[in-house]
Design a protein around this ligand. Sequence first.
Ligand code: GUN
Length: 281
Amino acid sequence: MYKLIDGKKLAQAMRADIAAKVAAYKEENGREIGLAVILVGEDPASQVYVRNKIKACDEVGIKSYAYRLDKDTPQARVEELVRSLAVDNKINGILVQLPLPAHLDADKILSLIPFSKDVDGFSAENMGKLCMGEPCLVACTPNGVMKMFESENISLSRKNAVVIGRSNIVGKPMAMLLTNANATVTLCHSKTRDLKEKCLGADIVVAAIGRAKYITADMIKEGAVVIDVGMNRDENGKLCGDVDFENVKEKCSYITPVPGGVGPMTITMLMYNTYLSATRS
Ligand code: GUN
């Protein structure tokens, strides 16, 4: 019998807690917490993400500053904006929505965000600190997954974990967080041999591949915990994850749904990181 990890419910509870912390911060310090969100161009998915991030700010009492720039904005203009936000005391967090249009050098732009305002946790400084087990701003999606384990009292120590996907945003920081929590981690990717065998040995599987229903029931050990980071469309255009949920669920002790699983946690952790960076500044 499997149990669903309800990300929507957990995210709501966490947002209420963050809202209380933000209110207390404002009371104590007599100032707002500010998050700058930069969107360049009109990518439809990015527009939805940015809208939801701004909505979440309103919900928890963080002041959002949205910069919606034309798709042809030159590199120098975006750099100038990030440089000015970097030294602006009203701004505690800076988020540049990815992907950026092809003519822009994303690495250069992201490198201008001071690590104390890097609420995405993408910078080399924050990634390096995570690697070394030091306090830092952790990438939102994997940090949200860790909160899901915590909420269900799922112990990670001595467990075999397989992370599928090696992106800087999800897979790599996820592997590091699990390692820091004493799990034994195998980080798999598109060039991994014998993925099925590796998954079958796992107590915990985190799927972040970006391929609809790629993880099938024959790849999952009885009683495993399965976390689905994917957000895809199936053959009928319906939203689905990287896991073949209907068939995999029966083998799991815990599983996350899509939608309503990891997704709502990501933006919640962005709010948490913004609060943290205000308290640390
Ligand atoms: N694009 C897709 N996911 C993310 C994210 O977590 N942060 C940013 N900045 N861009 C994204």
